[in-house]
Design a binder for this molecule. Structure first.
Ligand code: ADP
Ligand code: MG
Length: 502
């Protein structure tokens, strides 16, 4: 099959070489030429897609990894950060800052924007000030945070010492060749230069990178400490998603970092923590809490109008002219505003709507594409949540689906439990108690996968009525794609058993 595609009957190959892969005289690939010359029979996989009117000018601008140059509606927060951090440019230690806000409120984008400006200004004024950005969701243990910081500075110091060595070696050569003398230098003879060189070389050989695992944490910490203090500078350490670090490995990294200044001799360290969790300081040691939260900046959710502005700015660069119908941006903004004012969601919606329009060959992105995009994103979320559920929760969910599949309405916990037990039997899984299964149902409810309402049965007590709140087919497909649940696909028989001979 694949053979046929590549070589075909021979004509495809020769035809392509005839117009030289569409290369124009300048040697540039002229794709238009290729597409026009293709006939219906030999049209390739990509031809239809290429011939459609493109919607996007630069899609990357809508991705989360892109850092915008302009951040509408974040002036106050950005100015506050700058007012605090400017101390670093004066060689003073800026107060520590704690930034709070829900996801998608522009915390990371603003922090990166400010850090770029800060570093650029410090280079221009030649003041030794540096910003180290760490995403604690990725770098999520004390060891890794300290190792990453240590290695950044060790590398810098090495480069620094290396260039000093080069300089002095050059000086020595020049002096020996009689091209320069040492009068304008702090050295009173070549022996002094040589001994300084020895010293620097020893220093360089002492610098050892921290391995990604294996050292005692104390050693990693002191490595970092020495590396930062190697020269005079102010270092701003940005710890993004700091709540993830604390959740996973406690607050002693923060404790260490916030105490450093009293022992550092040459350098100063300031911490900027960024948290999605508004209550995260509740878990901190009070000393860490007061030191870290010297200054606090809150990023409130965006409202629909603000999201509209943000989207307009990005859309100008991301899309070709006049491809968005008027209601597209307001609708994306409105959907995302419902989602706690999340700019990431708004941008995702706009990008997905554009992709759906492009895929359907439309030349305009319309309201319908946004609605489709909303559904798709919601479904993707559900799929991801379901896919990563623990096996027991998957079994409980599968039980509920099986019951719904068989037309059972107002499903109660007892019914779920009966089906669940049979499913466990089928795949040889441990059977949890009904109490635990009830808990798992509550968890599914909290995740928005099922809806469980407590109804009173008068003197028979209370029970839960459970229904599925996600699309059944797709959810079932995700469940059976788990190899442990694959054999459950045909659920008819045991439900039959449950409901008698019907
Ligand atoms: P957070 O860190 O608060 O979760 P981000 O800074 O990652 O949020 O922002 C999410 C997305 O929204 C990013 O793509 C970011 O570029 C964009 N964004 C957020 N706020 C703004 C804004 N004021 N102007 C332009 N883009 C923004
Ligand atoms: Mg962020």
């Amino acid at each position: 099959m694949s053979d046929e595609r590549t070589t075909g009957d021979g004509s495809g190959g020769t035809e392509l070489s005839e117009f030289d892969w569409g290369a124009s005289e300048e040697g540039e690939i002229d794709l238009e030429g290729v597409v026009l010359e293709e006939t219906a029979e030999n049209g390739g996989l990509f031809d239809d897609l290429l011939s459609g009117e493109p919607i996007f000018e630069n899609k990357e601008v809508l991705r989360p990894s892109y850092t915008p140059h302009e951040l509408p509606h974040r002036n106050d927060q950005i100015n506050t950060m700058a007012t605090i951090l400017v101390a670093a440019l004066r060689g003073e230690t800026p107060s520590n800052i704690l930034i709070y806000g829900k996801t998608g409120t522009g915390k990371t984008a603003s922090a990166k924007f400010v850090s770029k400006e800060l570093e650029e200004t410090s280079t221009r004024y030649e003041v030794p000030c540096e910003v180290e950005y760490i995403n604690c969701e990725v770098t999520d243990t004390k060891y890794r945070v300290l190792a990453q910081l240590a290695n950044t500075f060790i590398e810098q110091n090495e480069a620094e010492v290396e260039s000093r060595i080069d300089e002095l070696e050059g000086l020595l050569e020049d002096v020996e060749a009689g091209d320069r003398d040492l009068r304008a230098t702090p050295f009173d003879g070549t022996h002094a230069v040589e001994s300084r060189l020895d010293q620097l070389e020893a220093e360089r050989d002492d610098m050892e990178e921290v391995p990604m695992t294996g050292w005692p944490t104390d050693r990693v910490y002191s490595s970092f400490f020495d590396a930062v203090d190697h020269q005079e500078r102010v270092v701003v350490i940005m710890l993004d998603e700091i709540d993830k670090l604390v959740e996973k490995s406690g607050d002693d990294t923060l404790y260490n970092l916030s105490r450093m200044n009293s022992e550092l001799e040459n350098s100063r360290v300031s911490i900027m923590g960024i948290s999605n969790d508004l209550k995260f300081t509740d878990f901190l040691d009070p000393r860490v809490k007061s030191s870290l939260g010297e200054e606090e900046i809150v990023f409130p959710p965006y409202d629909a109008n603000q999201l509209r502005d943000i989207l307009r700015h990005r859309a100008e660069v991301a899309f070709k002219a006049d491809v968005l119908s008027d209601d597209v941006i307001p609708l994306c903004a409105a959907f995302a505003a419902q989602e706690h004012g999340d700019a990431r969601r708004a941008l995702d919606l706009l990008r997905t709507a554009g992709e759906l329009a492009e895929r359907s060959g439309a030349d305009l992105v319309r309201e319908a594409h946004v609605r489709q995009a909303q559904e798709k994103i919601e479904l993707d979320r559900v799929v991801e949540v379901v896919r990563t559920l623990p096996t027991q929760s998957k079994l409980v969910l599968f039980s509920i689906i099986t019951l719904e599949d068989n037309g059972v309405r107002n499903i109660n916990t007892g019914e779920v439990y009966n089906v669940y037990k049979q499913l466990c039997g089928q795949i040889d899984a441990d059977v949890l108690t009904q109490r635990r299964v009830t808990d798992l149902i509550s968890e599914l409810d909290m995740l928005g996968i099922v809806n469980a309402v407590v109804v009173s049965k008068g003197r028979y007590g209370r029970t839960k009525e459970i229904s599925l709140s996600v699309p059944e087919e797709e959810t079932k497909a995700v469940l059976v794609s788990d190899s442990r649940l694959a054999d459950l696909e045909d659920g008819g028989t045991f439900v039959q058993a449950r409901f008698g001979d019907g």
